[in-house]
Design a protein around this ligand. Sequence first.
Ligand code: TXA
Ligand code: MG
Length: 326
Amino acid sequence: MKTQILNAGVDFDANIVYAAELIKQGELVAFPTETVYGLGADAFKEDAVKKIFLAKGRPQDNPLIVHLSSIEQLEDVAKDVPSEFFALKDAFMPGPLTVILKKSEKIPFVVTAGGDTVGVRMPSHPVAKRLIALSSPIAAPSANRSKHVSPTTARHVYDDLAGHIPLILDGGECKVGIESTVLDLTSDVPTILRPGAVTSSMLAEILGEVSENGRIIKIAKSPGMKYQHYSPKCAFVVASSLQRAKEEYLKVASEGQSPVIISKAPVEGFANIAIGEGESAAHNVYAAMREAEESYDYIIAEQLSNEGVEASVMNRVLKAAGGKLI
Ligand code: TXA
Ligand code: MG
């Protein structure tokens, strides 16, 4: 299958209209969101959604998020929606937050991996919003091959999925850069299953109470969490300080490996990719991991703080490193 990349910027609405036609016909379209690129299918079409799992090589027991462009679409997707959801919607939607609710009968079980709950998100990216408004609620995981780093550009999607999908809408770089926060509203205490740009303290402000520390116990509820996600293709460690990163760099270089440091700021005299701090680190981290694995064989990431969005970035980086902190 030939994979087309079409511009979805301003003045390219015809391309979004075309993409919406493909979605309505049961085809897959990769599209930009403010977090990462998604690989979308009509959420109500079982056969279309099945194609997502094939294209990504994704395990069938990992459920998909359903993306909406307006709150009116919610009634076809979820049922028994608690009032907390609407409070969250007023505060954070459209935006990088996914909320787990009870699924409606209309959503096929292939979307929810057989479960009774469904992840719902309203992306803020104008291309995503328009695509959904012109077609249907869209079930979409990140548009990478299963277990690889999530894509933050159309090129990243092409690198992973060329030949497997008909169309990629190019809407430029994703602003946020890491995947949405996933919050389970079906448990007694709302529980963060995946941290993201909407942080626990932001959620607690709206809900009064959020569970994040029970992460290990609660993670089991999200089937996807048992897989090691976000893996680059080469050795990967996190260094507790820049000094430690430099020591590791010199050690592995002397052993004949080709290391690179992913750091906050540029590091003179060392192969290095600087990603900045805070929201800038979130925005740049996945592109940096892809760039690093292309040209080097040993990635050393400098540890960030445990606060706010940096904590969410560290969640992804530590996963990529298989938890290896030196
Ligand atoms: O930012 C994002 O969330 C991106 C963009 C494209 O929207 N999507 C994304 O999807 O990251 P994916 O499939 O790569 O990650 C979704 C995560 C998985 O870990 C999955 O297990 C969890 O959300 N999830 C989805 N539905 C769930 C459900 N009903 N119950 C528990 N966890 C769920
Ligand atoms: Mg993913």
